[in-house]
Design a protein around this ligand. Structure first.
Ligand code: 5AD
Ligand code: SF4
Length: 433
């Protein structure tokens, strides 16, 4: 979402005749788009700001702005801390005010900010062009992000997103389709629909299944993905559509977070271990060969060793293709930070993370090996890996990385390949003649 937001920012500022450079040593203004969801973003941002100031030297007129979730969450600290030399701050709903904030900071020499959260802002009138989207550091011309909804109403107790990004709001379907048509016209092959809670998408009578179906009708788009959904919003209608629509990739990210009922309840996830496992069964029954990935947090306050075993049990039963795993980190302003002291020692969190990762790695490896001998359609990334120009990377429909020997094809091509080998991290293949 932050990458997409940076594309919006590029688009907004380009209209005001700002020119984009990727070299922070050459820029007149440097903006850091921050995330507050995990880690100690606070410390990291301090470090980055100081290193930019240091590299530019004393008296350099470079302006530094902070964007994103951290801006909303830590506005007070940021404005009051004189050691942090920033000029302007814009939260996720304030990017249209950036030109004004930059002017205020430049002309009045004061820190300017706007971190107001909006019930309405969806940036539906901003369509980042292909040029705005191609940040050579992060993006390619194969996949384009399209935010279809913003914000979250779920208030999982560990999570800062409802406070930093505000309430859920969705874009009109025709507005999303308009953006996707432009992207198809610019040569993008894959669209990833984005939202903090993407499958809660609702616009008047239209739900997420309707939106996906409409997006899939746009000519030129070969693949559609979405992230990140919540397990509570998977109606049969959506799964049935996934099963029959060849453009919708058979991959679902299904965040588990924890496997124990008491912990899930404290997290306010609104499902039990068994309900989650039932959902996994239903998804697999309705969408054969679907790839599943997940997010898991270890060491939520008061989680015991026995309760953590439930997480391992779900991992063993659900057989995810891959998992993003995190140690619980207390976030300022969340319900958990107010109600539950962060009482699981870091060493215990580390042990749990290690055993979880070990279990998942084995499953991922087996899942990857099960692909050997299969024919898969691979959507190629645009550039050969610069460290390894003989290798052409791409992705299967299920989202797995495949490495093919470089050949007479290029990024954006859909290539049929036989999978010949697998590691825990990737598949290897040969393009079919
Ligand atoms: N501590 C650790 N992990 C977190 N996540 C969200 N908030 C926290 C937190 N406070 C993880 C969740 C979520 C993913 C995007 O980040 O697993 O799904
Ligand atoms: Fe955070 Fe929960 Fe909303 Fe996801 S669903 S963004 S974890 S509050």
């Amino acid at each position: 979402m932050n990458e997409y937001d940076s594309e919006l920012v590029r688009s907004i500022l380009k209209k005001e005749n700002y020119e984009f450079v990727t070299d922070e040593l050459a820029a007149d203004i440097v903006m850091l788009n921050t995330c507050a969801i995990r880690e100690h973003a606070h410390r990291k941002v301090y470090g980055r700001v100081h290193s930019i100031r240091h590299a530019r030297g004393k008296g350099s007129p470079v302006m530094i702005g902070l964007l994103g979730c951290m801006a909303t969450n830590l506005r007070q600290d940021l404005l009051e801390d004189r050691s942090l030399k920033i000029d302007f701050i814009a939260g996720p709903d304030s990017y249209k005010r950036l030109p004004q904030l930059i002017h205020e900071a430049a002309d009045e020499g004061q820190k300017s900010y706007d971190v107001t959260l909006s019930e309405f802002e969806t940036y539906s009138d901003i369509f980042p062009s292909a040029e705005d989207r191609v940040n050579p550091l992060t993006t390619s011309r194969v996949n384009a992000w399209v935010a279809v909804m913003r914000g979250c109403n779920n208030f999982c107790t560990f999570c800062v997103v409802p406070y930093t990004r505000g309430r859920e709001r969705s874009r009109a379907p025709e507005n999303v389709i308009d953006e996707v048509r432009r992207l198809a016209g610019e040569g993008f092959k894959q669209i990833t629909l984005l939202g903090q809670n993407v499958n809660s998408y609702r616009y008047e009578d239209h739900d997420f299944a309707y939106l996906m179906d409409e997006v899939s009708k746009v000519e030129g788009i070969e693949r559609i993905r979405f992230t990140s959904p919540h397990p509570k919003d998977f109606p049969d209608r959506f799964l049935d559509l996934m099963a029959v629509n060849p453009k919708i990739c058979k991959h679902i990210h299904l965040p588990l977070q924890a496997g124990n009922d008491r912990v899930l309840d404290l997290m306010n996830r609104t499902y039990t271990k068994q309900e989650f496992l039932n959902l996994v069964d239903k998804v697999r029954a309705k969408v054969p060969n679907v790839a599943l990935s997940t997010d898991i947090i270890v060491g939520f306050p008061t989680e015991t060793d026995a309760e953590f075993e439930d997480t391992l049990d779900v991992v063993s039963k659900a057989q995810f293709d891959s998992a993003f795993t995190f140690k619980y980190s207390e976030r300022q302003g969340t319900i958990a930070s107010k109600k539950y002291p962060d009482d699981v020692p870091d060493s215990v969190k580390s042990q749990r993370l290690t055993s979880l990762n070990k279990a998942q790695k084995e499953i991922t490896y087996q899942k990857n090996r099960a692909h050997i001998g299969q024919i898969q359609t691979v959507l190629l990334e645009p550039y050969p890996d610069s460290k390894n120009p003989d290798i052409m990377p791409g992705r299967t429909d299920g989202g797995k990385l495949v490495l093919l020997p470089a050949g007479r094809y290029q990024g954006g091509d859909m290539v049929k390949a036989r999978i010949t080998d697998a590691t825990p991290h990737a598949l290897k293949g040969q393009a079919l003649p």
